[in-house]
Design a protein around this ligand. Sequence first.
Ligand code: ADP
Ligand code: MG
Length: 693
Amino acid sequence: MTHSVPEIFGSMAFGDAAMKERLPKNVYRALQQTIREGTPLDPAIADAVANAMKDWALSKGATHFTHWFQPMTGITAEKHDSFLTPAGGGAALMEFSGKELIKGEPDASSFPSGGLRATFEARGYTSWDPTSYAFIKDNTLCIPTAFCSYTGEVLDKKTPLLRSMDAISHEACRVLKLFGKDCKRVTTTVGPEQEYFLINKEDYAKRRDLILTGRTLFGAPAPKGQELEDHYFGSIRPRVKAFMDDLNEELWKVGVYAKTEHNEVAPAQHEMAPIFETTNIATDHNQLTMELMRKVADRHGFVCLLHEKPFEGINGSGKHNNWSISTDTGENLLDPGKDPASNRQFLLFLTAVIKAVDEYQDLLRISVASAGNDHRLGANEAPPAILSVFVGDELGALLDAIQSGRDYASADTVKMAGASVLPPIPKDTTDRNRTSPFAFTGNKFEFRMLGSAMNIACANIMLNTAVAESLRQFADELEGAEDFASASALLIKREITAHHRILFNGNGYDASWVTEAEKRGLSNLRSTPEALPHYTDDKNVALFERHGVYTRAEMNSRQEIQLEEYAKTISIEALTMVDMIRKDILPACVAYVRELSDTAAAAQAIGVDTATEVSLARTVSAASADLLAHLTGIENALHCVPADADTAGVAAYYHDTVLAAMEVARADADKLETLLPKKLWPFPTYSDLLFYV
Ligand code: ADP
Ligand code: MG
């Protein structure tokens, strides 16, 4: 790196410094107010902003601009336009108007809308999100935007996220008012820790499963897995280190606070954690991070795998969504302070979160449901598919005391391990229960069920809105109370008692927890097709409609899109599997049997014993016959997709029948991999993929 970090940081983002420098004072102030308080932007200033943004972009070498948005496909979308405008006499000008900044009209017909928009009414438009900084990528000025249909229904993940942030802000401000605080805006903050795998580009190119589905559909375990636990936090391979340095620089340039990097549990697995930001910006930045990871990997001869489960038997990748709420004056509402027992405000917000997680377990589960993530949740490496909240021993004892009406003996419990030098409830004492799906970690909650490839918007939409609903109920009740102190104490006690079942400090990976959770009446939605139908349960529709986050029609459309996506994903995987078995694996097996038979015949001719060849040929031939039979099983399953079922029924069929058939065939193929000589096996193995130098 030739420049210092502060020099390059944000150099490719139209952030505060660039705005201050380039915008007229009144425009700068108006824009700042919008960014800070969420007030609508005065269209009159858009021209001035557009012009300054364009001049800044041109000074950085940009030639194009794009409205950068997050449709329901999971990736970000962009359509580039040049700044070029004819100036007469064959000359050209570079122009960019306020109108172009505020609104774009991509041809939206090919983005999934789940029935919200017929193709003949293909118009959708994107509108500028002024709270997220524009940035330059590949000579293009990228303007973060939201995406709606012409009639106003949302078609993206950004709009509902912004709506959910408004909802929680509104309700949290009401609650804070009861504490005598006049707050204009409360924001949620998120720091998403991103896991990923890096593998060699040449190996990737030889595996159609990775290319087409993002995961390996075959692969016998390598002789060495992750049992020695020598990769986690281990020293980083030089090539990987070079990738990380390059990635950090790219991220810093566009204004992402990339902070921590280390190796993860599995071989070839790594993690990047940024410093937290306001949720919509953290979401944009996480999308950008995933895109840059892929791009930078390519420059280093790697492919970055973001799939939740690229390798069977090896830890998959997740994304920890660290979440908190703060005021516009920078007060973290989930910070317990020195004396949580008498911090009524903290306890009220903590209670709001606990209640929200309990009442909307299903929504939180749904927000992390995907075909990829199904391989992780509940599979002894990620949190189970059951939601529970971990609060740690100190807070747990405090909540118990509240519930039973006892005085809280803070002196005994807050002081950790007798070390009086430690501040009370230091961050680290609450954490380290890595098995909890939703853990309080000092001054924030860490929602750990997200899959590595997901857009974090969905999880945060659910979280923000569910907590907004708790806060709304609290505000409604307490605003009318005669004695706020006693009414709030009673409310906290009542709600903690009502939602006690969601609190769990034990080992979430333990099989006994599943039984225990069932006894407590917690929901356990094991797969995506099982979870998604609950999305539109009446209580969930009521929640989102009340807070203006989704209409019922928007929810129906999202449910359709996700169920369809699930079925399509499994279908593509099944077809890829069929193709690889027929074209590569079976031919390799047949060739090996032929080679063995030829050898045996030749050996027999000169009177040499052929027991080895015959035995090997028999084993391979029998295993190949099994594989062929089970391949037919997949093909039959694919032919028999019920024609009259709805999308939920089809998704369930893909899960119960197609995926099940794939697992059987995979076992045969993996067995054959162990039987065939290396030179005949048609793809790189797990050893090749994971243990490169
Ligand atoms: P670990 O999970 O390894 O213990 P840290 O606790 O240091 O790591 O932080 C994990 C993530 O939590 C980081 O991205 C950090 O920026 C984020 N974080 C810290 N405070 C907050 C907060 N108030 N709101 C949201 N995220 C936060
Ligand atoms: Mg973490």
